[in-house]
Design a protein around this ligand. Structure first.
Ligand code: PLP
Length: 413
C-alpha cells in the first residue's frame, strides 16, 4: 500500500460532510456498512437539491422563461458531469434513467430485442449478475426463445476469462457483465471481456452499479457498448441513474418509453422521434435528482477516485484480516481483484439473525440474497451477510464490526 496515497486521506474530515454519520442508533455510534445497497449523502448534495427546488425550479426544455432556462441548464450540466465521470465522448451518449435497473431494461427492450430475434439466440451473463442484469434478459428468453449462458467463477470468486471466451459462439447476440460484483466484490476484467466479444462482433453491456462507485471508469477505454450506473450508490439521490450508450447504437435504436419530450413531431397518423438522448427520456425527467447526482459526482471527484480506491482497498484488506480471525465465519469471495465488499456467513446462525444481533451494536450490514440468487446457488447458500464499505468508512468501524460479530457468536453458540 502506498502510504503517500492514504496518508493524506482525511477520513474524519470526509465523515463530517455526511450528516447521517453523526447519528447514534440504540445509543451507539452508527457504523454504516450497507453502502452496496445505498450510500449516505454528503451535505453538498442535500444543499444542491434544496437550491434546485428553491432557486432554479421549473420544468426543463420546453420553457422560455428564466426559471425554465435555469433548470434546463442545471439538468444539462449534470449530464455533462456524468459524461466526464464515465469518460464518454459526447454528452448525447448519456441518458438519464430512474436507476441502473431501468437502464438495463431500456437496452434489453430496444437494442436487445432488435438483435435477439430467433429462438436459440444466445445472451452471455456472468453467474455473479444482479437480478437487474438477469431479469430483463430473461424476458427475451421467455418471450423470444433466447438462451442465457452463464460465465463461471472459481471458488474464490475470480471471473474466468478463458471459460467466458468458450461461451461466445456465432449464436451469441449479447454479453452483459457486471463491472464489480455486489455480493463478492469481484472486479470483472471488462476491458478484456469486451475485446473478446468484439472480436466476434458481439456487443457488451457493463453493469456499473457498483463499478462506477469504486473503480475508475473510462467507457472509451473499456470500449463497452453500454454502461449503466445508479445515483443513490454514488452518494447521490434516489430516482436517478444513467445509461451510457455508443452514439451509433443510440442513434439507431428505437424508443423505449413513449410520451412528451422524446418526440420530434406528432401527427394524427404518425409520430417522429427526437435524437438521443431525448429520444429515451420520455415525460418530465428526474430533474432535481439529476442535478443532485451531478453534485455527488463533483464531490467524489473532489476527493479523487484513485484515493478513494486506495482507502477502500486498505479497508477491505483489513476487514478480511479481522473477520478471518473469527473462526465461526466463512468469507465468501476472495478474488484477487476485489472492491470494498465482504460477504460472509456465521456457522450455526442465519444471516438475518446475525445482522439483527449486530444491528443492536449500531452496525448496519445487509443480510439476504443481495439479488444474486444464481450466485448464491453456485456457493450452495441461501443467504449471506454483507458488509460493504464506502469512502467514509474507517478501520475503527471494521473493528466495531469484528467486535459485534465476536459477541454475536456467543449468542448462537
Ligand atoms: C451490481 C448491481 N447491479 C444493479 C443494481 C440495481 O441498482 P438499482 O436498484 O439502483 O437499479 C444493483 C443494486 O444493488 C447492483 O448492485
Amino acid at each position: 500500500m502506498d502510504q503517500s496515497v492514504t496518508g493524506s486521506y482525511d477520513v474524519a474530515r470526509i465523515r463530517a460532510d455526511f450528516p447521517a454519520l453523526a447519528m447514534k442508533v440504540y445509543g451507539k455510534p452508527l457504523v454504516y456498512l450497507d453502502n452496496a445497497a445505498s450510500a449516505q449523502k454528503p451535505k453538498v448534495v442535500l444543499d444542491r437539491i434544496q437550491r434546485a427546488y428553491t432557486e432554479e425550479y421549473a420544468n426543463v426544455h420546453r420553457g422560455l422563461h428564466y426559471l425554465a432556462n435555469a433548470a434546463t441548464e442545471a439538468y444539462e450540466n449534470a449530464r455533462e458531469t456524468v459524461r466526464a465521470f464515465l469518460g464518454a465522448a459526447r454528452s448525447e451518449e448519456i441518458i438519464f434513467t430512474r436507476n441502473a435497473t431501468e437502464a438495463v431494461n431500456l437496452v434489453a427492450y430496444t437494442f436487445g430485442r432488435d438483435r435477439i430475434k430467433q429462438p436459440g439466440d444466445e445472451i452471455v451473463l456472468s453467474i455473479m449478475e444482479h437480478h437487474s442484469n438477469i431479469v430483463p434478459w430473461n424476458f427475451l428468453r421467455e418471450r423470444h426463445g433466447a438462451v442465457i449462458k452463464w460465465a463461471p467463477i472459481d471458488e474464490d470468486g475470480n471471473f474466468l476469462l478463458e471459460e467466458f471466451e468458450k461461451l461466445l459462439t456465432p449464436r451469441t447476440k449479447m454479453v452483459a457483465l457486471t463491472h464489480m460484483s455486489n455480493a463478492l466484490g469481484t472486479v470483472v476484467p471488462v476491458k478484456e471481456a469486451v475485446r473478446l466479444a468484439h472480436a466476434r462482433g458481439i456487443p457488451v453491456l457493463v453493469d456499473g452499479a457498483q463499478g462506477a462507485v469504486h473503480l475508475d471508469v473510462d467507457v472509451q477505454d473499456i470500449d463497452c457498448d453500454f454502461y449503466v450506473c445508479t445515483g443513490h450508490k454514488l452518494y447521490g439521490p434516489t430516482g436517478i441513474g444513467a445509461l451510457y450508450g455508443k452514439h451509433a447504437h443510440l442513434a439507431a435504436m428505437r424508443p423505449f418509453n413513449g410520451g412528451g419530450e422524446m418526440i420530434r413531431e406528432v401527427f394524427e397518423d404518425r409520430v417522429t422521434y427526437g435524437d438521443p438522448p431525448h429520444r429515451f427520456e420520455a415525460g418530465t425527467p428526474p430533474i432535481v435528482q439529476a442535478i443532485g447526482l451531478g453534485a455527488a459526482l463533483d464531490y467524489i471527484n473532489g476527493i479523487g477516485k484513485a484515493r478513494i480506491r486506495a482507502h477502500e482497498t486498505e479497508l477491505v484488506r483489513y476487514a478480511h484480516d479481522r473477520l478471518g480471525e473469527i473462526n465461526s465465519l466463512r468469507i465468501i469471495g476472495k478474488a484477487r481483484d476485489k472492491g470494498a465488499i465482504v460477504s460472509f456467513e456465521m456457522k450455526g446462525a442465519h444471516p438475518h439473525d446475525v445482522a439483527t444481533v449486530i444491528d443492536r451494536a449500531g452496525v448496519a450490514v445487509r443480510a439476504g440474497t443481495h439479488c444474486v440468487m444464481p450466485l448464491l446457488a453456485r456457493y450452495g447458500v441461501n443467504a449471506t451477510c454483507r458488509a460493504s464499505f464506502g469512502l467514509y468508512n474507517t478501520r475503527e468501524e471494521v473493528d466495531a464490526l469484528a467486535s459485534a460479530l465476536i459477541k454475536a457468536q456467543s449468542v448462537f453458540a
